[in-house]
Design a protein around this ligand. Sequence first.
Ligand code: ADP
Ligand code: MG
Length: 556
Amino acid sequence: MTPIQALQKYFGYSEFRHQQGAIIQHVLDKKDVLALMPTGGGKSLCYQLPAVLLDGLTIVISPLIALMKDQVDSLNVNGIPAAFLNSAQNPDEQQRLMGKLRNNEIKLLYLAPERLFGSENKLVEFLKSLPVVQIAIDEAHCISHWGHDFRPEYLMLAGLKDYFPNIPVIALTATADKLTQKDILEKLNLKNPAIFISSFNRENINYTVAPKKNSFNQLLDFLEERKEESGIIYCLSRKSTEALAADLKEEGYSAEAYHAGLNNAIKARNQEAFLRDDVKIIVATIAFGMGINKSNVRYVVHMDLPKNIEGYYQETGRAGRDGLPSDAILYYSPGDAMKLKGFAKVEDNEEQSRIMLKKLDDMVNYCQLQTCRRHFLLKYFDEESDATCGSCDVCLTEFERFDGTLIAQKALSAVYRLKERFGSNYVIDFLRGSKSEKIREEHKQLKTYGVGADISKPDWQRYLRELSAMGYLQVDGGEYPVLKLTHQSEAVLKGLQKVEFIAAETVEEKHTTVEALPFEVDLLTELKNVRRDIAMHENVPAYVILSDATLVEIAT
Ligand code: ADP
Ligand code: MG
């Protein structure tokens, strides 16, 4: 049987979607594969179809018991013998399953990683004695600290290749940036893996970031015309999901909360009610969503800043599975970024802190964009796209622009003169001819020193931000990032490339609360103490002072 015949016979579909066909061919050729495909793209088929065609057992690693059960049920309905093994099964059931496995009566066996390598590797030893033909790792990003949903149990999978050195491994995920991809390949020890990346563009989702002012009222305005529609509202804390669900109910909305701290019965009830459309709104922490297949989610709202783009994109991707127009709204305040910065500091692990801070900076940059949001998101996942999508809030805003080539040249030449060794605050002080003894003494002989004194500090911050959004500058490094030139900078410096900035009035309208670049906060260490204060006085708003003397409130 050819793959396409099996597709029709067992799954009832007439053609492959995305790169399914090529991925399946690789597995059939016994090659390792990493497949990135958006949620709902059809990842399962990439290992289920080879499992049907190959003579032997496919082991599927999956993180959630609920996901396994759904998949096994639907495979069995299609006449494909599949089973899962979990701790809820009694010894009799487990023995019966072992018997079936020994007799080659099972094509796909679903397991959690800790099962496979638990109890002194008993199970993996047993499976090694069977004709295993394929190993599939679903939600493979769970193996990486840098992914957005790290699960320590997944690290056990590092031992897979020792047990099954010649069996093709197919790792699948809907969410992995470059770094996470690399980490997956390394941790799983894949051999010359082929990497397949399908388009992540979700054309029917419209992205909007709004400055967070009074987010509850903003949310009510947004929901006003969506009373009959289903949506997911993400909050950072468990407490706020419950509070917001209660507030929404009071306003007459049908809403329930969901977070990992609720007991299982309540979680199951709220999730079921949402899936059946009995409840319209689920107010959740990021614990909600994996494996949830609801097609008519019309909007996903983020009340707080997500920690990284991977998580954010995954969460917004739960809107509009049916292809109909849907909204992704994020309420952004710089205070949220400050708060998350504090959390991103991992004790005793500098590398991890650095990476988490970098990912948070990317998230903040997304919020502060004055260029197309979709383009930025796709570029983040290394996908080429048009510079403007025409449907995100930035594309829909008419910005008035002016010729800022000279300003850009001053900024870029300052970065150049300072040998790309300093962050934006320092560069701005230099441009404005700072009175600071240290800066003056060190640099006053340089030509660019003080050439930007006529421009205010906040304006310079904005220009630098736009220059990096346009690709003329880049921010390099984690905790103490420095500004660097890019391959596009030279044309501006030589006067071959004009640069336009957005006129201040139009920006201010859109970004009233955006005052400081995320990487300009140099009081990070003190932030920890501030947070300790918050814990002691729960209801007192806390502030930190940024280096440019703006005050940022830290929400508690
Ligand atoms: P993912 O794991 O990538 O989120 P799934 O594997 O759960 O996605 O597939 C999502 C849906 O798409 C399922 O209902 C599946 O049956 C369907 N599907 C998969 N491949 C095809 C195809 N080639 N043609 C039509 N539908 C498909
Ligand atoms: Mg899946």
